[in-house]
Design a protein around this ligand. Structure first.
Ligand SMILES: Cc1cc2nc3c(=O)[nH]c(=O)nc-3n(C[C@H](O)[C@H](O)[C@H](O)COP(=O)(O)OP(=O)(O)OC[C@H]3O[C@@H](n4cnc5c(N)ncnc54)[C@H](O)[C@@H]3O)c2cc1C
Length: 548
């Protein structure tokens, strides 16, 4: 059938839900079915934290709300230049990426220390849902020390890398965070195994997408990463699936893993691969982020670099009637099936109130002529509809790095101008030809599109407005679900409260993953929202994680 939409992915870019008002810490005896929180009688004593700090070579860091030093401390004013800087940088993500505990997801922040509210006389600043302590992980020993400490003291453990996670999976109230952001080693490897022989890259868990592209490019190689330059290439992205401009050519990030260097929840340092702890390797390759082990590094396939044919075009909505505009959008959606048949072709399209924009089409190892031929039938359709293009460019980029840097620049311009409007990003999806067994949601293999729904909100929006935004986002998802039977969602760009999360984020691999979880982490030392097995536990209203 030409036009079968099998994919549904909801992106909760700024989906916000109030949760966990800060409770005043009173000394309570913790119910052992629950993880300890600060203020509990069994919360570790200061000396015990100090011992942990010595064990990890002074790398233990106390969590501080991001806005506290500049906006809430004594001797600082909410109207100071320093607090203004925090406000300006809040949206850029950079301060969150560089911080050991603070994460980007607004509902996880829950306005517990908002720089925008600091001038309000009743405003308070608390850590809220952010981890209480973090270990700046430098090696297996420091990660293992953290795992053992949480076991011993019945604490919640989370792994934080860049803090990008939409579902808030890299934070947790009262948690000890293992912060892997500074594991930046990158090595080119001549890999040889029963699975694969050829060039590969060994990437420390903290390597981000841009760093991966730059390093690979400098070595005449390319590898699958995401579209966003700051996402962690070797951690959350790969464990959750990982789509990017090269996914149609080489599969998802998870399809390209060869081995992981990890610390498991028994404190063991292991190298896992299809030959060693094969089931854990399988789960780490697409089975959901932050639920299996602490990843120190991953080794991924790399490919010889070469030219990339690129294209972008856009047309405004106002030049034709709404009916004609939507006919054009529909024509594109149908045409994606044709484009998906071209090996390596990937496109990313935005549809919003102002119009339609092909942000970038990617065709590796092809010419400008190949790209023009691929797009010509759709351009002919637009001509028949009397739609003229406001932008129409094709180019040959000499390498994947050049291609991704140009895409990145263009994307930041588009992002900067779309705030406030609902936005649908439609990516052609053609990863089915990658025949590699792993824990990736099988819906990836049979889908025509990946649709990201984005709703930007103001940081100063009151909770009722943010809740309304979340409700609206979920209602869009409900409507798309009805027309995509048998589809799924990308669990790393999703809402945390989707009642169909098991089937939509994991599909048929869910129960195999659950068995692996029970084998490698039977005590659920790692727990996060909408993760495999997470319904065996629940977050109480005071933020306490307990058995369900
Ligand atoms: C602006 C933006 C753009 C995005 N673009 C893309 C894209 O193009 N393609 C795509 O596929 N996804 C994309 N995503 C989604 C992204 O893949 C997920 O948010 C991913 O979980 C981020 O991983 P991280 O390690 O960077 O972030 P974190 O928030 O630090 O971690 C995310 C999850 O991974 C776990 N984790 C992190 N490090 C480790 C580790 N060392 N060991 C074990 N677990 C770990 C955490 O515990 C958490 O569960 C985007 C997200 C954002 C916010």
């Amino acid at each position: 059938m030409l036009f079968t939409i099998h994919s549904l992915a909801a992106i909760a870019a700024t989906v916000i839900l109030p949760r966990l008002a800060s409770a005043a810490p009173t000394l309570v005896r913790n119910d052992s079915a629950c993880r300890a929180l600060p203020g509990d009688a069994d919360w570790p004593q200061e000396e015990e934290w100090e011992t942990l700090n010595r064990t990890v070579g002074g790398r233990l860091i106390r969590g501080v709300p991001l806005a506290e030093p500049s906006c809430y401390s004594t001797n600082v004013s909410a109207t100071s230049e320093a607090c203004g800087t925090v406000q300006r940088e809040w949206e850029s993500m950079a301060p969150f990426i560089a911080d050991p505990v603070n994460v980007i997801a607004p509902y996880e922040q829950n306005n517990t220390c908002s720089p925008f509210l600091a001038a309000n006389a009743t405003a308070t600043c608390k850590l809220g849902n952010m981890a209480t302590y973090a270990i700046n992980v430098s090696d297996a020993a420091s990660a293992a020390a953290g795992v053992k400490f949480t076991h011993r003291h019945n604490l919640r453990l989370v792994v934080k890398n860049t803090g990008h996670d939409f579902l808030g999976r890299s934070s947790g109230r009262g948690a000890l965070a293992l912060w892997t952001h500074h594991l930046k080693d990158k090595t080119v490897v001549d890999y040889c195994s029963s699975l694969y022989t050829g060039p590969a890259l060994r990437l420390g868990a903290g390597v981000q997408v841009r760093e991966l592209s730059v390093f690979a490019g400098a070595n005449g190689l390319r590898a699958v990463g995401g579209s966003c330059p700051t996402v962690g290439a070797a951690s959350g992205l790969t464990q959750g699936g990982g789509h990017g401009p090269l996914s149609s050519a080489y599969g998802l990030g998870a399809d390209n893993t060869l081995e992981f260097d990890v610390v498991t929840m028994d404190g063991q340092h292991r190298t896992v691969s299809p030959e060693q702890d094969a089931d854990l390797y399988w789960a780490l390759s697409g089975g959901g982020a932050g639920n299996w082990a602490v990843v120190l590094s991953v080794t991924v396939r790399a490919y010889r670099d070469g030219p990339i044919a690129a294209a972008r075009f856009s047309f405004s909505r106002e030049q034709v009637t709404p009916q004609v505009y939507w006919n054009a959008v529909e024509a594109w959606m149908k045409y994606v099936a044709t484009l998906n048949a071209i090996p390596g072709f990937r496109s990313m399209v935005r549809v919003d109130r102002s119009g339609f924009s092909l942000d970038m089409a990617t065709l590796p190892n092809a010419s400008v002529g190949d790209m023009q031929t691929a797009l010509a039938p759709f351009h002919n359709t637009l001509a028949r509809l009397n739609i003229s293009l406001s932008l129409n460019e094709t180019a040959l980029h000499p390498s994947y790095l050049a291609h991704s840097l140009i895409t990145e620049a263009f994307r930041s311009i588009v992002d900067g101008s779309s705030a406030g409007d609902p936005l649908f990003v439609v990516m052609s999806n053609n990863v089915s030809h990658i025949n590699h067994d792993n824990a990736v949601n099988p819906a990836w293999r049979s889908s025509l599109f990946l649709i990201n729904m984005v709703l930007m909100s103001s940081e100063q929006a009151p909770w009722p407005k943010l809740q309304a935004d979340l409700a609206e986002m979920n209602s869009w998802q409900d409507r798309l679900r009805l027309v995509t039977p048998g589809g799924g969602s990308y669990g790393s760009e999703a809402t945390f409260d989707n009642q169909y999360w098991k089937s939509e984020y994991y599909g048929s691999v869910y129960y195999r993953l659950l068995q692996i979880k029970q084998r490698y982490d039977p005590g659920f030392v790692l727990w996060n929202q909408a993760a495999v097995g997470s319904d065996l536990y629940r977050l109480r209203d005071d933020g306490r994680l307990c058995t369900a």
